[in-house]
Design a protein around this ligand. Sequence first.
Ligand code: ADP
Ligand code: MG
Length: 364
Amino acid sequence: MSALDIRIHDISKHYGPVMALDSVSLNVDQGEFVTLLGPSGSGKTTLLMVVAGFAMPDAGTISIGKHDITHTPPYRRGIGVVFQNYALFPHMTVRENIEFPLRMRGILRSKRRRMADHSIGVVRLDGLSNRMPDQLSGGQKQRVALARAMVFNPPVLLMDEPLSALDKKLREHMQLELKDLQQRLGITVLYVTHDQQEALTLSSRIAVINHGRVEQFDRSARIYDMPANRFVAEFIGETNLFPSVALKTDGSRMVAHLKGCGDTEARACSMLQPGQKGYLSVRPEKLVLVNGSATDICALKGRLENIIHQGDSIKYYIRPDTVDTAGDGGMIVMKMHNRGDSPLSRTGETICFGWRPRDATFVA
Ligand code: ADP
Ligand code: MG
């Protein structure tokens, strides 16, 4: 079967007084990899379960391809699902686990075997088909769950934090495998994670979810470079937030007033009103040292208080002289690649630093 698109329209879902999903709408295009990213309890699993058919929404519709499947039972939706805890059947071998969805669909034994063998090959589990789940490592169990979800060639695959139980190295390896597999099969994937690095690595688009609402749904690079609001700016990566006020706005470009620095240009992702209060968000790696003559840079002074080596990069913690920052302990973080010739080596010195206007985004 070829890939199909998923359309989630205005889905709401309560659990008693808890609003797990609040008017969520998003489309996943045919063959696209979209990730739901949000903190624990934000509604990611609930949305996935609504799409899979294991949870009923209070309002809204779900369509796959041309069909409204809002009221279709899960087993007739034809969707592959990888659950967070793998949910392998402990009393069945790897092969029996993978053949299970085919048996449920009444597929004959010889065909079942062929399809399962193909899936086993795709996830590279050859040679392990007669093992029981408790004889497998975490990464191998994860592959069995994936093979089981894909074995009937579903047009859509849903995955709920499938890599969260793996250690960092294996997780990163599996991320590359998943991405490669998705591209080779051309399958439509809706993926859930709370790990922003994983979301950035895997996805063409990311939906950032908080308290059951979509805060931003955009291409991965834009989510990082042009966050729609303070929540997104702080949740994805690290950032410096400078309290400021919007003065003039003109589409995505604007002028903001920054206390202790003056007026400065910045970018904005959402519509703003003059006078609106917010923050200039500047990523640590976008801060640069300023040597007096640069005029296109919003320049500030501060005292270098701490230097942290992180292997591939070095972080400098600066206490600003004149501006406020909403960051941890009033400190500004600047990050540089570790090229072995750090321009700053002594704490206590006063340094001049800044950023280019296009590297600052105004967030409310
Ligand atoms: P996430 O997957 O992002 O961690 P969930 O979708 O599991 O979030 O949960 C969203 C909210 O709904 C949370 O407040 C959670 O406690 C609540 N919730 C989820 N499932 C149930 C349930 N079966 N009964 C009651 N509350 C639930
Ligand atoms: Mg969850």
